[in-house]
Each structure stands twice: as structure tokens, then as C-alpha cells.
Design a protein around this ligand. Structure first.
Ligand code: 13P
Length: 254
């Protein structure tokens, strides 16, 4: 299971240091933790997390290798600052910056060229869900945001219903299960006919210490993408602990 902390545009650098230290003090193996830090924090966090099993990631990258793109950051720059993962197509970028799936795919290609793993985010709005279009919207985003060039071993998907992000309103287990199953059945359809390893599908949207265990127990849920609760070391540790228990349980059942 993979648990990724999306700090978004938080917290202060001082608090970020304390948070990283607190997370690093815990051992949650075999769970993989990824810290998606603001770009300006990547170097200080990579120094702080030297020797740690916590992976570092950026929250976005530009689709070009380099050039006249004021204010943007390339995949190579993220990698040079210690990141090995990049989050792409988050709904806050799709909505606030007008990013379309085609652009997300371009960014993903650039990240792969620089040897990074990518987490591609998908999710419907409340209006789309109420109109009965949720699955179609998410599958359309998946098809357009994930280019065939991406080796599936470097790909993670995050399903984050827009209406569940930061609202405290988590999707029902039935809705999460149905969407993750739909995504999982779409993923092997690669036009090149590659052999596809399992692609982890993370759920995000108001995951907290109380609801994590039931979400992680669902088939085709490979972990979580955590926003607000990732700014609280204790809550994040409890979420990782739920993932760990689920992994140990699955191992035992096998
Ligand atoms: P919250 O966990 O705060 O709902 O945020 C989810 C998210 O957007 C993670 O990328």
C-alpha cells in the first residue's frame, strides 16, 4: 500500500521540518510513504529525510524539458532537488489552472523521461455525479491523461472525487469500490499490448484516521492520497498504520 501526503500550499517551513521529523520517527513498513511537498521545500526536506524510507515528490511539473516558462518547474528540476515522484492532474490544478487531461499526459511523458514515477489524479465533480456521469468522466480522464508511453511500473492513479476534497464528506464505500473497479478494469487496455503490472489506485478525499481502515479494506484500493490529515503527524501515522494492518491481514489471508 502507498500512502501519499499532499501538503498542497502548507505549512510554514519551520512546521514542515517538525512534521517531516515526526513522520520519519515512525516505521510503517511495508507501507510506502510519499511526501508531496511544495517545490521550495524539496531541498530542505530531502536533506532532512536523508536515509529515510519516505519518498519525496513534487505536486506538479511543466510539460517542457526547459525554456522560457516563467514561474514553472521542470521534472528534471524536481528530480535534481530530491524528488522521485510527481503528482499530476490534481483537481485543484485542473480547476484553478484550467489543466486538461491532454496537458496532464504531456507532463506525465516529461516526468517519465526524467525517470520519475507519476501519480495521475482523476475525479468527478458533484454535478457530474448527480448527473450519473461520474464513471464516464473518470474513465475519459484516465484514457486522456495516461499516455501509453508510461511504463505501468512507474504509474500510480489517484481517484479523488472533487466534492470529497477538503469537505469532510467522504465517498461511500460502495462508490469508492465501484470506481476503483472501473479504473482497474480500464488500465490493462494499453494499445501497445504491454504486459501490465498492477497499478496502485489510491483513494483521496477526506481520508482520516477514523475512515481509513474501511477504505483500505476494499479490493482495488492500493492506498490513499491524504490532504488535510497529512499535516497532522499523529493522524497521518494512524492512517499509515491502517494501511499496514490491511497489508499484514492480506498477507495472512494468502
Ligand atoms: P483532503 O484529504 O484534505 O480531503 O484532500 C485530499 C486531496 O486533495 C489530496 O490530494
Amino acid at each position: 500500500m502507498i500512502i501519499a501526503a499532499n501538503w498542497k500550499m502548507n505549512p510554514s517551513l519551520k512546521d514542515a521540518g517538525g512534521l517531516a521529523n515526526a513522520l520519519n520517527a515512525k516505521i510503517v513498513q511495508p507501507v510506502t510513504r510519499i511526501l508531496l511537498a511544495p517545490h521550495t521545500y524539496l531541498i530542505p526536506m530531502s536533506i532532512r529525510l536523508q536515509g529515510s524510507d519516505i519518498r519525496l515528490g513534487g505536486q506538479d511539473c511543466h510539460q517542457a524539458a526547459d525554456g522560457a516558462h516563467t514561474g514553472d518547474v521542470s521534472a528534471a528540476m524536481l528530480r535534481d532537488c530530491g524528488a522521485s515522484v510527481v503528482l499530476l492532474g490534481h483537481s485543484e490544478r485542473r480547476i484553478n489552472h484550467g489543466e486538461k487531461s491532454r496537458l496532464v499526459a504531456e507532463k506525465a511523458k516529461q516526468a517519465i523521461v526524467h525517470g520519475m514515477d507519476v501519480i495521475v489524479c482523476l475525479g468527478e465533480t458533484l454535478g457530474e455525479r448527480h448527473a450519473g456521469q461520474a464513471e464516464q468522466v473518470v474513465i475519459d480522464q484516465l484514457r486522456a491523461s495516461v499516455p501509453d508511453e508510461i511504463p505501468r511500473g512507474q504509474l500510480m492513479i489517484a481517484y479523488e472525487p472533487v466534492w470529497a476534497i477538503g469537505t469532510g464528506e467522504v465517498a461511500s464505500l460502495a462508490d469508492i469500490a465501484a470506481m476503483h473497479d472501473a479504473i482497474a478494469s480500464e488500465l490493462p487496455k494499453n494499445q501497445r499490448g504491454d504486459i501490465i503490472p498492477n497499478v496502485p489506485i489510491l483513494y483521496g478525499g477526506s481520508v482520516n484516521a477514523e475512515n481509513a481502515a474501511s477504505i483500505f479494506s476494499l479490493d482495488n484500493v492500493g492506498g490513499g492520497l491524504i490532504g488535510g490529515a497529512s499535516l497532522d503527524a499523529e493522524a497521518f501515522d494512524l492512517i499509515c498504520e491502517s494501511a499496514r494492518s490491511q497489508m499484514l491481514k492480506s498477507e495472512f489471508v494468502k
